[in-house]
Design a protein around this ligand. Structure first.
Ligand code: FES
Ligand SMILES: [Fe+2]
Length: 389
């Protein structure tokens, strides 16, 4: 089978009710993964968490996905930078984890850099003919923000973040994400392809089985919405109250700025390729699936609440109820994703047919193929198909 021949994907391209899934090798094959790295993760805006992770001037954190290793810094003037985490001397990472400092000093031979990437000093280089620190700043990627989310892009010729997001910021404005703060950040290292986890998150077909004893009792009506314009796809489910808590647990009141549909339901947004927002009427929690190899994914879960909730004396007790629900459900999703990956490795596994509850899985798979094959893409095409189901 040729993974780069469009004929291979004939059944994936069909409408959802006739379509089959991706060939299993798309979740295991190093050459397919490498093509995804080049055509997707190096050619788009990748969400890398919330801005308050580097809130104060001088703070920095590191991030790694798809062969991209970055230090995100906030310099003394408050400006964000996405610097390549590779020393200009012999390539050592200059930072690990996260921290706060005036400079970044390479742990190998102590070249030191400012938080905007300039090389400040390079010890004992006076005899290296023609060497100037001006010629060796850290390489940099593009960084931009929307409502407190940070996005990076390693390509110079991808249009700005605003074009990538399209009308999504306007559609979600009433939630006030820009006024939310991070209450908790949790990471997981998973033995599965990045698409396995994203696909799981964006379909409800598995809820009665995988989440049988946790969230399967929460009933909702799926309401098709205008697919919108931008590199994202969205699900809206109408129901009473919040789905961010386990049954019976107390939580926070609804976000004050919500009205109409938004106050009566949940939204699940996939910002392509691998950022997922779960939005209830009282909270927002989001996931970043960062590929580390064909069968390895670093998953980040960030939980946010409106800033004023943090001032409540019962904040931690109530927030813990949301975390309890997330911890249980995410573990169930992680376990089934790693299990599915093991199945995808078997020699005899073949693509199956979709249930119509897997419309976003189908949309993502087609979006990926568009990129990997370099075909004309039009995400709205899948979006409108989604809305018609
Ligand atoms: S590799 Fe960084 S100073 Fe040598
Ligand atoms: Fe799930």
């Amino acid at each position: 089978m040729n993974l780069f021949d469009r004929e291979t994907y004939r059944d994936v391209r069909k409408p959802l009710d006739q379509a089959a899934g991706l060939p299993p090798r798309c979740y295991t094959d190093p050459s397919f993964y490498q093509r995804e790295v080049e055509t997707i993760f190096h050619r788009g805006w990748i969400m890398v968490g919330r801005e308050d992770r580097v809130a104060a001037p001088g703070s920095w954190c590191t991030i790694r996905f798809a062969n991209v290793s970055l230090v995100l810094t906030r310099d003394a003037t408050g400006k964000l930078h996405a610097l390549a985490n590779a020393c200009r001397h012999r390539g050592s990472p200059i930072a690990q984890g996260e921290g706060q400092s005036r400079n970044l000093v390479c742990p190998y031979h102590a070249w030191s850099y400012s938080l905007d990437g300039k090389l400040l000093a390079a010890p004992a280089m006076a005899d290296s003919v023609g060497f100037s620190t001006d010629d060796y700043p850290l390489h940099a990627a593009r960084i931009d923000t929307w409502a407190g989310f940070m996005f990076v892009c390693v390509s110079e010729d991808v249009p700005p973040l605003a074009s990538w997001l399209g009308d999504l910021p306007a559609r979600l404005e009433m939630y006030g994400f820009g006024q939310m703060r991070t209450a908790r950040r949790v990471t997981y290292d998973l033995d599965c392809n990045w698409k396995v986890w994203v696909e799981n998150f964006m379909e409800g077909y598995h809820i009665p089985t995988v989440h049988r004893s946790t969230i399967s009792r929460q009933k909702a009506i799926n309401i098709p919405e205008d697919p919108g314009r931008g590199e994202y796809t969205a699900i809206y489910e109408r129901h009473e109250g919040t789905r961010a808590l386990l049954h019976g647990d107390p939580g926070f009141p609804p976000i004050e700025t919500l009205s109409g549909d938004s106050s009566l339901g949940s939204r699940f947004i996939l910002v392509y390729p691998a950022a997922m927002l779960a939005i209830a009427n009282d909270t927002m929690w989001c996931f970043e699936a960062h590929p580390q190899g064909p069968e390895r994914t670093h998953l980040v879960l960030t939980s946010c609440f409106p800033a004023q909730r943090f001032e409540r004396p019962d904040f931690q007790a109530l927030a813990d109820n949301y975390f309890k629900r997330q911890d249980i459900v995410v573990r169930e999703d992680n376990d089934i994703s790693e299990l599915q990956q093991r199945g995808l490795q078997s020699w005899h596994v073949t693509p199956g047919r979709f249930c119509i509850k897997e419309k976003i899985v189908h949309a993502l798979d087609n979006w990926v193929i568009d990129r990997v094959l370099g075909e004309q893409h039009d995400s709205a095409r899948y979006g409108s198909e989604v809305a018609s189901v």
